[in-house]
Design a protein around this ligand. Structure first.
Ligand code: SAH
Length: 393
C-alpha cells in the first residue's frame, strides 16, 4: 500500500520524533496535490526520513493527526489491534466489573485513535467520531466493536462542536443493533443511574468523575451537601450513599435536574434530596445556610488557549463564592475540566480564592480522570480533568 506524502519544513519533525501525534499547517512544506480531506498520508522530515502515517484535513489548523509512527498499512487489522488493546487495558484495570458496567473504551489519542471516543453503557456503545479522517473508518470501527463486544446497539453521537472545525456536519443515530431506549440503566460502583444517551450531554454521563464521586462518598457521612453543576445527580447519589443527611442539587438544566431526582429515587435517596434550578453563580451569592460539603464541578470555562485568563477569573470567582458558603471544618471538592487550565494553575486559582475568603484550606487529595481515560505520555494535552478535595477551617 502506498500513501500520499507530506514533507515537513526543516526541524518541524521534532514533535513527531517525540511521538507527539499532531502536525500543524505551519509545519508543512510540501504535500501531494491530490491529497483531500480525510486522506491517509505519510509524513517525512525535510531530510526525507519517515516520521509517521496519519490523516489529513486541509480545513483544520491541526492538519495531520498521526495514527502510527511505524510504517504500516492503516487497514482493518490496524483498527482491530488498537481496539483490542484498548479493551485489554480496560479489562486489566477491572472494567467492567460486577459493580460498574459502564466505561470508556476508546479515549482518542491516548488509545492511538485520534478523533475517536467510544463509551460503553450497560451493553450499549456510544461512538463519537470527531474528525474527517476517522469518519472514513466508521464502518470498519463499527464492525470491530460488534465482533469484540457484541453490544446490544451502537449509537453515534458526533457533536457539531468538534465536527464543524473539520468541515463536517453533526451526526446522530443508531449505527447497528437495537435502537437505544430513552433511558438506559447503568451501574457505577454499586449505585444505579438512568442515562439518556440521546439527549444527555457528551455521551450521556460523565464517566470521568467515577473515582472522584467515590471519594466524595467517603467524606459525606452526616453532611448537609450542596452539589453545584449537578447534571443528573452523579455526586448527589454518591454523597447520599455515603450517609449525607441532606443533598441539594443545583443546575441550570430542568431536564438534568429531573433525571437527578429520578436517580436519587432509584437508589432510595429521594427523601434527603432537593433539586434547585438556578444559575450556580447567583445561587452561591445568596445569603443562606452553610454546608458541610460542597461539590463544584462546572463545565469547561476555557475552550481555547486565548481564554485562559478570563476562565481563571471565572474559576476564582465561583470557588470564592463556594468557600463563603462552607461551614467551619467543611469539605470542598472542586474540579476543572478545562485542558488549558493546568493542575498547577488550578491550585493557584484556589489559593487566590481561599486567601480572599480568609479560609484555611488543606488539600487532602488531588484527583484526575480514572484508568479508562488514560493519558499518553507523549500527548499531555489529553489530560484535562483536575480536582482537589480540601477541608476548610
Ligand atoms: N458533576 C456532574 C457533571 C457536571 S456537567 C456529574 O458528575 O455528572 C456541567 C453541568 O453544569 C451541566 O449539567 C450544565 O447544565 C450545568 N451548568 C452549566 N452552566 C451552569 C450555570 N451557570 N449554573 C448552573 N448550572 C450550569
Amino acid at each position: 500500500m502506498t500513501y500520499l506524502r507530506c514533507i515537513l519544513k526543516p526541524g518541524k519533525d521534532k514533535p513527531l520524533i517525540g511521538r507527539h501525534p499532531w502536525v500543524f499547517s505551519g509545519a508543512i512544506n510540501e504535500i501531494d496535490e491530490s491529497c483531500a480531506k480525510g486522506d491517509l498520508l505519510e509524513i517525512y522530515s525535510a531530510e526525507g526520513e519517515y516520521r509517521g502515517t496519519g490523516y489529513f484535513n486541509p480545513e483544520s489548523q491541526l492538519s495531520v493527526r498521526i495514527l502510527s509512527f511505524k510504517k504500516r498499512p492503516i487497514d482493518t487489522s490496524f483498527f482491530q489491534e488498537r481496539l483490542k488493546r484498548a479493551l485489554e487495558i480496560r479489562r486489566k484495570v477491572g472494567l467492567p466489573s460486577s459493580s460498574t458496567d459502564s466505561f470508556r473504551l476508546v479515549h482518542a489519542e491516548a488509545d492511538g485513535l485520534p478523533g475517536l471516543i467510544v463509551d460503553f453503557y450497560a451493553g450499549y456503545a456510544v461512538v463519537q467520531i470527531l474528525t474527517a479522517g476517522m469518519e472514513k473508518f466508521k464502518g470498519v470501527i463499527t464492525d470491530i466493536l460488534v465482533s469484540l463486544l457484541s453490544p446490544k446497539g451502537i449509537f453515534e453521537k458526533s457533536p457539531a462542536e468538534f465536527r464543524s472545525k473539520e468541515g463536517l456536519l453533526p451526526a446522530e443515530g443508531c449505527l447497528v443493533g437495537e435502537p437505544v431506549p430513552d433511558l438506559v440503566e447503568i451501574r457505577e460502583n454499586g449505585q444505579r443511574f438512568y442515562v439518556d444517551l440521546k439527549k444527555g450531554q457528551k455521551t450521556g454521563f460523565f464517566l470521568d468523575q467515577r473515582d472522584n464521586r467515590d471519594l466524595v462518598k467517603s467524606v459525606s457521612a452526616g453532611a448537609n451537601v450542596l452539589n453545584c453543576f449537578s447534571y443528573t445527580g452523579g455526586f448527589s447519589v454518591f454523597a447520599a450513599a455515603g450517609g449525607a443527611s441532606s443533598v441539594i442539587s443545583v443546575d441550570a438544566s430542568a431536564y438534568a435536574l429531573e433525571l437527578s431526582e429520578k436517580n436519587m429515587a432509584l437508589n432510595g435517596f429521594g427523601a434527603v434530596h432537593s433539586a434547585v434550578q438556578a444559575d450556580v453563580f447567583e445561587y452561591l451569592r445568596q445569603e443562606g445556610e452553610a454546608f458541610d460539603l460542597i461539590v463544584l464541578d462546572p463545565p469547561a470555562f476555557c475552550k481555547n488557549k486565548s481564554h485562559v485568563d478570563a476562565a481563571a477569573r471565572g474559576y476564582k470567582d465561583i470557588n470564592l463564592c463556594a468557600l463563603k458558603r462552607l461551614r467551619q471544618g467543611g469539605f470542598f471538592y472542586t474540579a476543572s475540566c478545562s485542558s488549558h487550565i493546568s493542575a498547577d494553575l488550578f491550585q493557584k486559582i484556589l489559593f487566590a480564592a481561599a486567601k480572599d475568603a480568609g479560609r484555611e484550606l488543606r488539600i487532602l487529595s488531588k484527583t484526575s480522570h480514572p484508568a479508562d481515560h488514560p493519558v499518553s505520555i507523549y500527548h499531555p494535552e489529553g489530560e484535562y480533568l483536575k480536582g482537589l478535595l480540601c477541608i476548610a477551617d
